[in-house]
Design a protein around this ligand. Structure first.
Ligand code: SAM
Length: 175
């Protein structure tokens, strides 16, 4: 009985320690990024999806896909959703979630610097970044996408382009 209790106690201590280590590594990793992890709020996802008008068979690219919440919203519409992400924990969470929800065929997460992303394949691109990085994003996206691509930007707009629509700090552009 005492042995069983000790094993249970040790298991809890070990799990707790593991959790703290993973959390610490996550925060440490994030602290060095120009573009830290901030997840899009649920109410904003509705506006993003309304603006994006994602259709079955289209390809969507999320530049910094976080836990993959925008990828899932697009996969539910039958799109091919590609996320670029460098945080391994967020990639793991997204891929696990995709497997459990049966979206593994629609969702791909590429562990690669988003500044090397292939944007030519995209019908829709999502950007969510700090204000100071938006000029670089504007330049990168407009130089590399095909004509007609819809760009949905969260919170900070592109500095030199006029959005087609704006609602609750979500901005829609079309190249
Ligand atoms: C503001 S969050 C956006 C998350 C997600 N798109 C959403 O809307 O919920 C930015 C994400 O970009 C990732 N990131 C930062 N720098 C990156 C880089 N150079 N290449 C790929 N991903 C990056 C971060 O780990 C973070 O998950």
């Amino acid at each position: 009985m005492l042995l069983a209790l000790s094993v249970i106690l040790l298991t809890f201590v070990f799990a707790g320690l593991l959790f703290v280590i993973i959390l610490f590594m996550f925060l440490l990793f994030d602290a060095f990024l120009d573009l830290p992890y901030v997840a899009t709020q649920r109410r904003k996802i509705e506006i993003i999806m309304k603006f994006a008008q994602v259709k079955k068979g289209e390809t969507v690219v999320d530049l910094g896909s976080g836990d993959g919440r925008l990828l899932f919203a697009c996969a539910k519409k039958g799109a091919r959703a590609i996320g670029y992400e460098i945080n391994p924990l967020l990639i793991f969470i997204t891929l696990l979630h995709a497997k459990l929800k049966g979206f593994s065929d629609n969702i791909v997460v590429i562990r690669k610097n988003l500044w090397k992303a292939d944007l030519e394949v995209a019908d829709v691109i999502f950007v969510y970044a700090k204000r100071k990085t938006m000029p670089k994003f504007e330049d990168f996206v407009y130089k590399n996408v095909k004509k007609g691509t819809r760009l949905v930007v969260n919170t900070n707009p592109f500095p030199n382009k006029k959005p087609l629509k704006e609602e609750d700090k979500i901005f829609l552009y079309q190249v």
